[in-house]
Design a protein around this ligand. Sequence first.
Ligand SMILES: [Zn+2]
Length: 315
Amino acid sequence: MNWISNYVRPKINSLFSRREVPENLWTKCDECGTMLFHRELSDNLNVCTTCDHHMPITPRERFDALFDGGIFTEIEVPKPIADPLHFRDQKKYPDRMKAAQKKTGEPEAMLVAEGEMGGTPIVAAGQDFSFMGGSMGMYVGNAIIAAAERAVELGRPLILFSAAGGARMQEGILSLMQMPRTTVAVEMLKEAGLPYIVVLTNPTSGGVTASYAMLGDVHIAEPNALICFAGPRVIEQTIREKLPEGFQRSEYLLDHGMLDRVTMRTEMRDELITIVRMLMNLTPAVRGNLPAPEPEAEEAEAAPAETGEADAPKA
Ligand SMILES: [Zn+2]
């Protein structure tokens, strides 16, 4: 024991550990470069408070903000066969799955839940881009079917938040099979006369855009989200032409009639409540409660009643 181990080493350690802290607590906006404090950012649903850039958000974080009081019940999704093709690229498919599960803490790329949003009962499904690019495999297919079946059973609308790079190549043709399967699930909702609303988030592409993400009754997108089948780079290489500014982004697609709305994530909940209540023929949403009567007002009300009683014998 000497002054090096007792004094200098702890001092050096504290210097290094202190340097790690800001990295965890602060996030830099990719768009404008502002450093955002983690609490401020999560309170604003991962939308930059300076430039309104929409950063990725997990379905669980989204549902916490979407459902009243952050309360929702997860709907169980039947588990498909794991690794049916024994697929292997640089890594085995089961190893990739394990890594994604460890990274996200979720079993797969879609979260399905039921609950109330502004007192409006709904079923919601959210795709997780951080889980293997939100790719649509058999589990995602099962999740959408489970969500649609539950919505029909309860007579509730289904709201789906899409985010995907497309089909899951590790499941080959079985992944592509989810396009007709999910189309049938959406058809079930239509037959039951229930609204199906799609919220397209950055990015929604490939087989997901070509199936359930484009079959909604209402299509809302978050600002500047890339929504496409083939990406702009592939198109540019194929047609050998420069693509226009903002091509395949939400605002461009809204102008060209592919979307109904472009809505900020922070305003999405109110907008969804309004739309769902309209489509379900419910009374308009209550935006807030009336203030409680002030004590003075009660006394003032009580006073005329007394005089009323006093007046009564005269009449
Ligand atoms: Zn920003």
